[in-house]
Design a protein around this ligand. Structure first.
Ligand code: TYD
Ligand code: MG
Length: 452
């Protein structure tokens, strides 16, 4: 059959007959790569194998509560209580964030003959080097350095191991397709093939995928709907903590996160995450407030900082790190309109400690308080937690899961909290620390600012 040359976008997989500088589907620049379009019938023929027969629901055997526990509790939590046998799990993240470290460490903690680590990126010597840095790695861990899927699959089938790691999907290729490794068609085909193997063999397969600069997992959406679970490993390179998040999970909730710290000897679980995001200083300084956020179902306490300074240029700057800029502008507008403060001649900067991104609207009150505190040069009480969403009319609105947030604050030794009135009225549990309610931003600030 005649082979046809086409151009395929390496980000979204769109195909076009002609090369262009920009993908007309996803808008990415310089991502169209020349490939040979395969005759689909070749692939299809091989895929149609033994046909299936209908079975009664009651007759289907399940081992539903059987999950393979790793020795890493944070990892099990994100997976929904352990690894589901026969599942295909994609672990995505920026290069260098620690995906290989996480999976090598997970495999290395399992008992002998339960994990097979297949690397297409590193040689066995390099993996050994990495493993030697970590503690408690099982010396019997089985490793293979291999890129060719046709060689990998027999290894998986022949192996006794229940857990297989492929690091990374972009380095693996199948001979069935004429494209280079890492191209969208290769990634898609290899993943589909591995899914088949996982489902038929009952083994759990982890595949590592690098994230492209736009934050998509390369071969992005194509992979996400093929696999059972998508885990994202994220964090700022300059900070040592990492968050493992489930973006999709057929066998568990996507609310859970696991927090790790990258140290010289590998990843460590962070059992008390709030401590990572709170600075150890106890001096009350203007512009610093403590807020709560929910990461999945976990409450975290986080320090936010604001700085309000006279603007040196014509247009005042608004800059925000770890918080939505438009939300910051909204809070400033509410403060201007409802409290009569004027920020027209001031630059406003907001920064969230620890490099985390705050999406939770309950941090509004803390951000507003930090801004006003810096503006008035009047410190806030650092032992007090501020919780509340701000509405456009200047009202302080209730937030979700208030009891959990208060419990976490109490546990960490804070002496008081300011919470929305509607939440206060519905509190059930008793707390050992002082709780004050507010219903309007004006009332809130008069209660919160120390010297006013
Ligand atoms: P790696 O797992 O290779 O990242 P990925 O597979 O996501 O590309 O992580 C590499 C980084 O982790 C590298 O910058 C070095 C650092 N690192 C540690 O800090 N401690 C360790 O014990 C290990 C193995 C790596
Ligand atoms: Mg790696």
């Amino acid at each position: 059959m005649k082979k046809k040359i086409i151009f395929e976008c390496s980000d979204c997989g769109a195909k076009t007959p002609r090369w262009a500088g920009r993908c007309s589907n996803c808008g990415a620049w310089n991502t169209l790569l020349e490939t040979v379009e395969e005759s689909q019938s070749v692939i299809k023929k091989e895929r149609i194998s033994n046909s299936s027969t209908p079975q009664k629901l009651s007759e289907i055997e399940t081992k539903s509560d059987h999950r393979i526990k790793t020795d890493i509790a944070e990892f099990d939590r994100v997976l929904g209580g352990g690894i589901m046998p026969g599942s295909l799990i994609l672990v995505g993240g920026d290069p260098g964030i620690g995906k290989s470290t996480l999976l090598l460490q997970t495999c290395g903690r399992l008992k002998s003959n339960s994990a097979l680590y297949i690397s297409g990126e590193e040689s066995l010597k390099q993996i050994k080097h990495r493993a030697m840095r970590m503690k408690d790695i099982n010396e019997d861990l089985l490793l293979i350095a291999e890129n060719n899927l046709e060689n990998i699959i027999p290894h998986i089938k022949a192996s006794e191991c229940e857990i297989i790691v492929i690091d990374s999907i972009q380095s693996v290729y199948t001979d069935k397709i004429d494209a280079s490794p890492g191209s969208i068609s290769q990634v898609r085909e290899c993943t589909a093939e591995l899914m088949n193997v996982a489902k038929h063999s009952g083994k759990s397969i982890f595949i590592v995928g690098h994230v492209t600069k736009d934050g998509f997992i390369a071969g992005p959406k194509v992979l996400e709907h093929t696999v059972d679970t998508v885990l994202q490993f994220e964090g700022e390179k300059n900070y040592s903590f990492r968050i493992l998040r489930a973006l999709k999970n057929r066998f568990g909730s996507t609310n859970e996160i696991g927090i790790f710290e990258m140290r010289d000897d590998g990843l460590h679980e962070v059992l008390n995450p709030s401590e990572v995001f709170l600075s150890s200083s106890h001096v009350n300084e203007p512009g610093v407030a403590v807020v709560t956020t929910l990461e999945g179902s976990r409450p975290l306490l986080i320090e936010v900082q604001a700085l309000v300074t006279s603007t040196s240029y014509g247009v005042p700057q608004r800059s925000s790190n770890g918080f939505d800029l438009r939300r910051l502008q909204m809070i400033l507008a509410v403060l201007e309109k409802r409290l009569g403060m004027q920020f027209r001649q001031y630059d406003v900067f907001v920064n969230v400690a620890g490099g985390i991104y705050l999406n939770d609207p309950s941090v509004d009150l803390g951000i507003a308080a930090a801004i006003v505190s810096s503006f008035k040069d009047s410190p806030l009480d650092r032992s007090r937690v501020l919780i509340g969403e701000i509405g456009l009319t200047g009202e302080v609105r209730p937030v979700a899961r208030i009891e959990q947030r208060l419990k976490e604050s109490e546990k960490l030794g804070f002496s008081s909290a300011v919470i929305p009135k509607q939440n206060y009225d519905k509190l059930i549990s008793k707390y050992d620390f002082q709780i004050e309610w507010v219903d309007r931003i004006s009332l809130a600030l008069s209660k919160i600012l120390l010297n006013s």
